[in-house]
Design a protein around this ligand. Structure first.
Ligand SMILES: *[C@@H]1O[C@H](CO)[C@@H](O)[C@H](O)[C@H]1NC(C)=O
Ligand SMILES: *[C@@H]1O[C@H](CO)[C@@H](O)[C@H](O)[C@H]1NC(C)=O
Ligand SMILES: *[C@@H]1O[C@H](CO)[C@@H](O)[C@H](O)[C@H]1NC(C)=O
Ligand SMILES: *[C@@H]1O[C@H](CO)[C@@H](O)[C@H](O)[C@H]1NC(C)=O
Length: 611
């Protein structure tokens, strides 16, 4: 051991002892809410799955394409129990010789299902405040007004489950949770897993601590009942999760509130989720254990059923079709559904379409980085609780993942981390925003920061990532899929910008700030032209919003608003709108001015927008 190591060990030991004393006082004072996390366990009733997740009824209705969006049907409420409905369905099919017409199927659906989305009531958050403190950090008056508008939108996105959902969950596809939630918006009328990380951070900046904690408690509760957190709050997502950010939500909450006890009480559940990912997602590459996205259900995605059946038509056997469904659902687990990122064609490249999806054979950079981070945070919470042994155990797990990331995913030649192709046993040298995600969670040796900074900035330059006026695109490949060029997504923008900031060199910090401010200004431009916040934006156009993929552009929008609120707080003292557009592309002042006038008019008419 070097002297430095001895010093480090001594400090750690002292810290652990100190926190042990603190933890003891804290534990004597367990709050009711923290208690309810660990004790309120009941077993989830999946009986509505026989209607919404698989089976002949789902197949018949979804293949009839009664609704423009396939998700509509699986969000409709049952009028009778699943058992009665299935009996009626069998009788219906028998009476129609197993070949009902589309109109007959529509009649059956009308008779047995109610409107979609009736399980949730609009809910006004009780902890909402009119002027959260972050607004005082924003100097530009237009940006400050925008911050107020965004803060108002939380009230439009609040939802609470009807009591009947708790009493009769078998009539609904929604998964009951105890506390109200903030939803993304648009077609996404329930809560989603990774979206909620940025929503919760936004809520914390908006001083809505109770709403944020309630949402985190819902997730903790789901891990206890289901064993993991499904992609979103519907039974039909039961076979897949999403990038596991629950531990990071708890960490954000504790950073804002200093309520260490909340994290300590959640430790069992957080460990359970971590182990679930390690046990159920592990793959091997170059002699290292890493994780990849997975799905454990069978059949097409219930919410995009006919779409999946159609892409599966190019496969001959049932087994090949089933594999195809699994690749698509695993891509859905990543949150990046869909993208050329998941294609491996016969030549081993990313050129292709959805039939080339091989998600399960791609080791994704961000999932491994996030699990490293989870292990680090769990170790930190154990240290707060004074559990030295457990702290060491999770530190060791973290180190192992970090070594595997370095050995398999770091690519010296490219100067960045790259996804790894397990079929062809080679790195995938394609730019994806997630390639830079280890910077966000510091999944590298901090002593290598200078070297990594030089490499990564070169990588950014080689890929011309600093040339886009509307944000840094998710990939550089235009396929028509929504996670490909030219679409830009708030969470990935956040991961890039915070990652460069964390890297800490002056060059990386400068770029981080430029990208962060450019994003704020471009989102503002889109808002001022449309009065809407979007799910995704357009890299090629300052103020442009996104398109493509399986459904129309959605507005609302939870994670976008969360990122902007955080960055208004972060950059609010520096950004001013006058005279420039973030240093990327000149925007037409005249168009902007027309936009402002139009917005002011619309706003005045709608009575909700004050200049
Ligand atoms: C115990 O809880 C009460 C009420 O929530 C709080 O005021 C007090 O500061 C807590 N004590 C400790 C040691 O955390
Ligand atoms: C995770 O894997 C274990 C064993 O490998 C299995 O028993 C369990 O059902 C899996 N859990 C889920 C939710 O898929
Ligand atoms: C996808 O690519 C395959 C061959 O590479 C082709 O046969 C198929 O028609 C394509 N499907 C779509 C939907 O474009
Ligand atoms: C970190 O540095 C140590 C000591 O030089 C080395 O053994 C280890 O492999 C490095 N790990 C990573 C992830 O770079």
């Amino acid at each position: 051991m070097t002297k430095l190591n001895v010093l480090y060990a001594t400090i750690l030991c002292c810290l652990a002892l100190l926190s042990q004393v603190r933890a003891r006082t804290l534990i004597e004072n367990i709050t009711e809410s923290a208690n309810s996390i660990v004790k309120n366990i009941d077993t989830y009733d999946f009986s509505s799955c026989q209607i919404y997740c698989y089976g002949p009824l789902l197949h018949t209705v979804q293949m009839a394409k009664l609704f423009p969006d396939s998700k509509t049907f699986v969000d409709m409420k049952l009028k009778a129990s699943p058992e009665t409905t299935l009996e009626d369905f069998d009788a219906f099919m028998a009476s129609k010789n197993n070949t009902p017409t589309r109109d007959e199927i529509r009649e059956f659906v009308d008779a047995h299902f109610g409107e979609k989305g009736t399980e949730l009531d609009v809910w006004t958050p009780t902890d909402w405040v009119e002027r959260p403190g972050f607004l005082d950090l924003v100097h530009d008056p237009d940006l400050r007004q925008w911050g107020m508008d965004l803060n108002n939108i939380w009230r439009e996105l609040g939802r609470k489950m009807k009591e009947d959902v708790q009493k009769n969950p078998q009539y609904y596809s929604i998964i009951p949770v105890p506390n109200p939630v903030i939803v993304p918006g648009g077609r996404f009328i329930e809560f989603y897993y990774w979206d909620s990380y940025w929503i919760i951070r936004g809520l914390l900046h908006s001083e809505m601590t109770n709403t944020a904690r309630g949402m985190i408690e819902n997730f903790l509760n789901m891990v206890q009942r289901i064993g993991f957190i499904p992609n979103g709050g519907r039974v039909y997502y039961w076979g897949r999760s999403q990038p596991p950010l629950l531990t990071a939500m708890v960490k954000s909450y504790v950073d804002f509130t200093k309520d260490d006890l909340f994290a300590i009480n959640a430790l069992d559940v957080l460990e359970h989720e971590f182990e679930y990912f390690i046990n159920n997602h592990t793959v091997q590459a170059k002699g290292h254990n890493l994780v990849a996205y997975r799905d454990s259900s069978s059949g097409p995605r219930p919410e995009s059923y006919s779409e999946d059946v159609e892409t599966s038509e190019s496969f001959d056997t049932e087994a090949a079709k089933e594999d195809h469904y699994s690749e698509l659902k695993s891509a859905a687990e990543s949150g990046m559904d869909f993208s050329s990122r998941w294609y491996i064609n016969e030549d081993g490249t990313n050129v292709g379409n959805l039939t080339n999806a091989k998600t399960r054979s791609i080791v994704p950079v961000e999932l491994n980085a996030i699990l490293y981070w989870n292990a680090k945070m769990i170790a930190e919470f154990h240290s707060k609780a004074g559990n030295v042994e457990k702290m060491t155990e999770y530190e060791t797990k973290a180190q192992k993942i970090k070594e595997a990331i370095q050995a398999v995913l770091w690519n010296e030649e490219a100067g960045c981390w790259l996804d790894y192709d397990l079929i062809n046993d080679k790195p995938r040298n394609y730019y994806v925003s997630s390639n830079l995600s280890p910077l966000w969670v510091k999944a590298y040796n901090i002593s290598d920061s200078e070297k990594i900074s030089a490499s990564v900035l070169k990588y950014i330059e080689n890929n011309k990532l600093d040339t886009f006026p509307g944000g840094v695109p998710n990939t550089l490949y235009q396929t028509g899929e929504q996670w490909d060029f030219p679409n830009v997504w708030a969470p990935m923008q956040y991961i890039l910008v915070e990652g460069l900031d964390n890297l800490g060199t002056p060059e990386a910090k400068e770029l981080s700030q430029r990208w962060g401010q450019r994003w704020v200004k471009s989102n503002f431009e889109a808002y001022r032209e449309t009065l809407a916040m979007f799910e995704k934006y357009d890299a090629e156009k300052f103020g442009g919003h996104g398109g493509g993929g399986e459904y129309g552009v959605q507005t609302g929008f939870g994670w976008t608003n969360g990122v902007i609120i955080e960055w208004l707080a972060k950059y609010g003292r520096q950004i001013s709108l006058s005279g420039n557009t973030g240093g990327a592309a000149p925007s037409s002042r005249i168009i902007s001015l027309l936009g402002v006038t139009a917005v002011a008019l619309v706003g005045a008419l709608a009575g909700r927008f004050i200049w």
